[in-house]
Design a protein around this ligand. Structure first.
Ligand SMILES: Cc1cc2nc3c(=O)[nH]c(=O)nc-3n(C[C@H](O)[C@H](O)[C@H](O)COP(=O)(O)OP(=O)(O)OC[C@H]3O[C@@H](n4cnc5c(N)ncnc54)[C@H](O)[C@@H]3O)c2cc1C
Ligand code: SF4
Length: 444
């Protein structure tokens, strides 16, 4: 029996195919042209716009909204892509409620921001559906750069380098490029195979070769890359997961939430995907929320997120917490897992209430038991497979400036590098900025 998947309470087909199709539609459907015009009209086109400062990729938000208002959505798309070549995905997945829309003056004044995320999607969808790539490559520099990892950081770096005239080879360990855009982001945020469509569109710039199944530390080494390329950019994300310390976590029915989420994203037929009747997700971040909502959408009856601290300390934003609640997910705070019970397969989880004194978490001794045939661990990812010789900062690759590592000629960015939030948009910004620094170094 495959651990974590085939426990008796975990079965496929809890809902019909029609119900599943309707459950997994777009979370925020695209704006129609007249809706976009109305939404764009709400913008004050602020001077020194706070929404721009709040955007990690510094998109000129008032400019692109003005272009939409003027009936020029493709010009708006170009404004966005100049700063953020994955602006289409970011329009779908950015936690705008804690970034640009939180900073919007209309949020501050009225509690109702300009719908920047949906307007961004309107503009980027319009330009992407036109087919042609909006940028051209500069004359060849004759330099070749290796990028390791085809997630948002690697793709953004590769695209910018290709635009500047360098040749790029992306080494990606998985069978498909896209990183967590393909294997992690919630299915209801990125529908209709958008992640792969976006990669295909991005590669139209030319000059980028993607080698899948090419694993750093196995088929390739950092020393080899440094020797064979003019520069190296590491964007390997966080491939490891933190261990959960509780009794019984090796029982059937207990698994990592990221694997569960990846299965949902890669499932050809959601009706074939097993899910528990009573699901408990351990954690408090975006991954926990995604796993919990997906379990509900697949037909689990009772889904609980169990988090060891209070709601304010959760990594998931209040909007995401509310999204989970609106899908019928219960959020239990100030509890930590003590044991998963069951005879071979999980049937119950025992949690202890916690209290926090001076930031220190302690168990109170008071217990609560929940029925749980499936337990999903969402307690954080860790760096795995960082090449030896690279200086680390905590458990990430230490970088200075625009992603320079301790090894000459090697840059790093995205989740694997220290600093910045672990978000798609931050990874894009770091990939782009490292590309500019690599370019400056190569042509100086
Ligand atoms: C479940 C989940 C949901 C999320 N939801 C959101 C969201 O809604 N919004 C948001 O902004 N952020 C979200 N995030 C965070 C976001 O996905 C990441 O911050 C972002 O993908 C980081 O990009 P990256 O390029 O650094 O790494 P990744 O996207 O992780 O890409 C790293 C790539 O490197 C490859 N790789 C790893 N090791 C090797 C190796 N040794 N050799 C070759 N290739 C290798 C991997 O296969 C992968 O393709 C979510 C994260 C998770 C886990
Ligand atoms: S802060 Fe809001 S109103 Fe001002 S430019 Fe940005 S989106 Fe428009």
């Amino acid at each position: 029996m495959a651990q974590g998947q085939m426990a008796p309470g975990i079965v496929a087909g809890r809902l019909s195919s029609d119900e599943l199709t309707s459950n997994f539609t777009d979370l925020h459907p695209p704006l129609a042209p007249h809706e976009a015009a109305v939404a764009a009209d709400r913008c004050y086109f602020c001077y020194d716009a706070p929404c721009v400062t709040a955007c990690p990729t510094d998109i000129d938000i008032p400019l692109f909204i003005r272009q939409i208002q003027a009936g020029q959505p493709q010009a708006a798309g170009r404004t966005i892509f100049q700063q953020n070549i994955l602006g289409g995905m970011c329009a779908r997945v950015c936690p705008t409620e804690t970034l640009c829309e939180e900073a919007c003056v209309r949020e501050t004044a009225e509690g109702k921001p300009v719908e920047i995320g949906r307007l961004q999607r309107f503009a980027t969808d319009d330009l992407m559906s036109a087919g042609a790539h909006p940028f051209e490559r500069a004359a060849s520099t004759g330099k070749t750069v290796a990028v390791v990892g085809a997630g948002p950081a690697g793709l953004a770096c590769a695209h910018r380098l290709a635009m500047l005239g360098h040749d790029v080879v992306i080494h990606e360990g998985k069978p498909k490029p896209g990183g967590l855009n393909e294997y992690g982001i919630a299915a209801y945020k990125s529908t209709n195979n958008f992640a792969q469509a976006e990669v295909d569109w991005l590669l139209k710039i030319g000059g980028i070769t993607v080698e899948t199944g090419s694993v750093l530390g196995e088929s390739i080494s950092l020393d080899g890359l440094v020797e064979n390329y003019d520069a190296v950019f590491l964007s390997i994300g966080l491939a490891g997961v933190n261990a959960l310390h509780a009794d019984g976590v090796d029982k059937d029915g207990v698994r990592d939430a990221v694997d569960f989420i990846s299965d949902v994203r890669q499932a050809g037929d959601l009706a074939q995907l097993p899910v528990g009747r009573n699901v408990v997700v351990i954690g408090g971040g975006m991954t926990a929320v995604d796993a919990a909502i997906k379990s509900k959408l697949l037909g689990a009856e009772n889904v609980t997120i169990a988090y060891r601290r209070g709601r304010d300390a959760m990594g998931a934003s209040r909007y995401e917490q509310d999204l989970a609640a609106s899908h019928g997910v219960q959020i239990l705070t100030n509890v930590q897992p003590v044991a998963v019970r069951g005879n071979g397969a999980a049937t119950e989880i025992e949690l202890e209430y916690t209290s926090s004194q001076n930031g220190q978490l302690t168990g109170t001794g008071e217990m609560v038991r929940l029925r749980a045939d499936q337990v999903l661990k969402a307690i954080g990812q860790t760096l795995e497979g960082a090449p030896e010789g690279l200086k680390l900062d905590g458990n990430k690759i230490a970088v200075s400036g625009a992603g320079r590592t301790s090894v000459a000629g090697v840059w790093a960015g995205g989740d694997c590098a220290a600093g910045g939030e672990d978000l798609t948009v931050t990874a894009v910004a770091e990939g782009r900025d490292a590309a500019m620094d690599i370019h400056a170094t190569l042509v100086s």
